[in-house]
Design a protein around this ligand. Structure first.
Ligand code: AMP
Ligand code: MG
Length: 310
């Protein structure tokens, strides 16, 4: 591990939800936390470093082609999911990345089991897939608004008292299957304070260029703040696993959230540690034959092989 990698691994420890621990958001995580980073300037440098690292690893992830990375982003409205995606992914090759935003399920989606539509959007090997909202909505918004569960047309036997316990178990098992098969799952919860959400909504109202982001529905959803805090606390307590731990990202400062999210994603790639494939001696021999043929075609005055040193 290089010292840069060590620094990143140490930095993200504070955000990790220990599997099996019982979380109460209001007590355990501070949305305004900024640890030892004191200035935006220092933050910008770190973010740039993280972005470089991501780009470097993404190329190798693609070349190795055995693993994919699924980034799960969950948060309340105005926590900065979109901005985080935009900033963290600036350096990576768009060909290797997909972003999928999950909205209220369509009637076609409701014809299927609740995990179906998420499975359809998973990243393939070599890819980084980002879920802007995810299967966790099925134990968050659906839990806070029971009428959404009604629309899922579940058989009576699947609607009983144990439904959330069952869903947590099913989600954990689904994620375990994926991770055993090479899909590394990175789960980020952007943790925003109620007061910061209020000022961000006001900003969307006050700045004309931001009006488009404002949604009256988001403000109505704010009335369920404490229900969401409870639902998130349960999700974090029950679905942070060794194979797919949650990270709680302090989101009251956008610049800090971006560094932290970038670091967690970079760390996941470091753990995969993808390498450029090397070739065996037969394949190497075949390459050398082609090389000789190409060198023989050099026009007068041109170097036979300009890449060959000496
Ligand atoms: P936005 O991300 O602001 O475009 O809003 C998407 C909306 O879709 C949010 O209000 C989510 O709560 C809602 N949503 C996402 N997934 C689900 C789901 N599985 N069931 C019900 N509503 C959902
Ligand atoms: Mg919204």
């Amino acid at each position: 591990m290089t010292s840069r990698e060590r620094r990143i691994a140490d930095f993200i420890e504070a955000f990790r939800v220990e599997p099996g621990s019982k979380i109460r958001l209001s007590r355990d995580f501070d949305p305004a936390f900024r640890g030892t980073i004191h200035s935006k300037k220092e933050g910008r440098r770190l973010l740039a470093e993280g972005i470089d690292l991501l780009a470097e690893y993404q190329t190798r992830l693609y070349a190795q082609h055995t693993h994919g990375v699924l980034v799960v982003l969950q948060a309340l409205d105005a926590a900065g999911k979109d901005g985080t995606i935009r900033h963290v992914m600036t350096g990576v090759n768009p060909q290797g990345v997909s972003v999928h935003s999950f909205k209220v399920p369509s009637s076609k989606e409701l014809e299927h089991d609740y995990l179906w539509r998420y499975g359809l959007q998973l990243p393939g090997r070599g890819e980084i897939g980002i879920f802007n909202r995810s299967h966790y909505e099925e134990v968050l918004v659906v839990r806070v608004h029971p009428e959404l569960l009604e629309r899922q047309r579940l058989p009576r036997s699947a609607r009983g008292k144990g439904i959330w316990r069952h869903r947590f178990h099913e989600i954990n098992e689904w994620e375990r299957t994926l991770s055993r098969n090479g899909i590394k799952i990175v789960k980020l919860f952007l943790n925003l304070s109620k007061e910061e959400q209020r000022t961000r909504f006001l900003r969307r109202i006050d700045l004309p260029d931001h009006n488009w982001k404002f949604s009256a529905a988001d403000v109505r959803e704010r009335e369920y703040w404490s229900d969401y805090q409870r639902a998130f606390s349960k999700v974090l307590s029950r679905t942070s696993t060794e194979w797919a731990p949650w990270y709680v990202i302090p989101a009251d400062r956008k610049w800090y959230a971006r560094i932290a999210a970038g670091a967690v994603i970079a760390n996941a790639l470091m753990e995969i540690d993808p390498r450029f494939p090397t070739i065996d001696s037969d394949a190497r021999k075949a390459l050398l034959e082609v090389k000789n043929a190409l060198e023989a075609q050099a026009p007068k005055g041109a170097a036979a092989d300009p890449f060959e040193a000496g």
